[in-house]
Write a protein that binds this ligand. Structure first.
Ligand code: PEP
Ligand code: MN
Length: 350
């Protein structure tokens, strides 16, 4: 349930309500907005006797949360969650693009693509070092060596890094190298992994499962929030349908649905969502038009030689072109794609 406090209520009265709820063993989630303070209350009410909360001074009303997810819900937090890493904000007015190869293949490839990604204006680079491949005979990733290359590219360019963590035992190692931990579609309901990334202080990019309903997906996010990590970014990457022209069916309607149901930022992956590079540009723009907070896009210096997902990877020039078009889209949508700090500073301002 949530306890909505009266407008302009004193801190003392808020503390009184918190004190009472804590003494009953509830766990609380405080949301102090400009207008109002809302106290989210988690725990089994039936075990804790009657609570006449509405009788307390300063309490306006008590509202049950009827959805199975609580912390992720809009009721719990009316304002959008904005995740900040350095000067990069995910959610809110800014749009963020995460671009880079499907997999880290070599030091040269990563250093080359990092410069391209940065030049195009994206602030975050993607690249898998641990790859979830359908076949055990396919390239599995460079593992820690790959993470080292990513960290070196960040050092050289200032670009942030997102990379996939596949199992509980590698959360710590990933967290040592990357800025955002990616939980892949195949692991969306790996509850042990969700609990483990919840203990990390890194933001988590949670991809939608191949056949996950919206509610199952939000419940997966709820695991991370309930475990103490409030920095969750959702990512729509297409779902399995009967259609096989495309690799997956990109479900763009989830963008406004997620915005309605939750306060979490959501980005879209048109690369895995379609499996075809020709569809990446139009679907990327459609995602922004639908209200997404950003994109994750595969870009490779030479897709024809890529060790994974070449057919859905953009060539550098196509990426550059897309970034220019996205800037126009951002303008139409009242969003900002420009780096918040000028990376190529020439003057002394700022
Ligand atoms: C990826 O982004 O590298 C990836 C494997 O995507 P997904 O988990 O969405 O299939
Ligand atoms: Mn891929």
């Amino acid at each position: 349930m949530i306890v909505v406090m009266e407008k302009g209520v004193s801190q003392e009265k808020i503390e009184d309500v918190i004190g009472l709820l804590e003494s009953k063993g509830f766990s609380l989630h405080l949301s102090q907005g400009v207008e109002r303070t809302i106290i989210g209350v988690l725990g089994d009410k039936t075990q804790k006797g009657d609570l006449a909360l509405e009788a307390l001074e300063g309490v306006e009303k008590v509202v049950p949360i009827l959805t199975p997810y609580k912390l992720a819900s809009r009721e719990m937090q009316a304002e959008d969650t904005i995740i900040q890493i350095g000067d990069v904000k995910i959610g809110g007015k800014d749009l963020q693009v995460m671009a880079g190869p499907c997999a880290v293949e070599s030091r040269e490839q990563i250093m080359e693509i990092a410069e391209i990604v940065k030049k195009g204006g994206a602030r975050i680079m993607r690249g898998g070092a641990y790859k979830p491949r359908t076949s055990p005979y396919s390239f599995q990733g460079l593992e820690e060596k790959g993470l080292q290359y990513l960290a070196e590219a960040r050092e050289a360019t200032g670009i942030l890094i997102v990379s996939e963590v596949m199992d509980t035992r590698s959360v710590e190692i990933l967290a040592n190298y990357v800025d955002i931990l990616q939980v892949g579609a195949r692991n969306m309901q790996n509850f042990a992994l969700l609990k483990e990334v919840a203990k990390s202080n890194k933001p988590v990019l949670l991809k939608r499962g191949l056949a996950a309903t919206i509610e199952e997906w939000i419940m997966a996010a709820e695991y991370i929030l309930a475990g103490g990590n409030k920095q969750v970014i959702l990512c729509e990457r297409g779902i399995r349908t009967f259609e096989n022209y495309t690799r997956n069916t990109l479900d763009l309607s989830v963008v406004p649905i997620i915005k309605h149901l939750t306060h979490l930022p959501i980005i879209v992956d048109p690369s895995h969502g379609t499996g075809k590079w020709r569809l990446v540009n139009p679907m990327a723009k459609a995602a922004i038009a639908a209200g997404a907070d950003g994109l994750i896009i595969e870009v490779h210096p030479d897709p024809s030689t890529a060790l994974s997902d070449g057919p859905q990877s953009l060539k550098p020039e196509k990426y550059m072109q897309l970034m220019q078009e996205l800037e126009q889209m951002a303008g139409i949508m009242g969003r900002s794609l420009k780096p918040s700090v000028n990376l190529h500073k020439t003057g002394t301002e700022g």
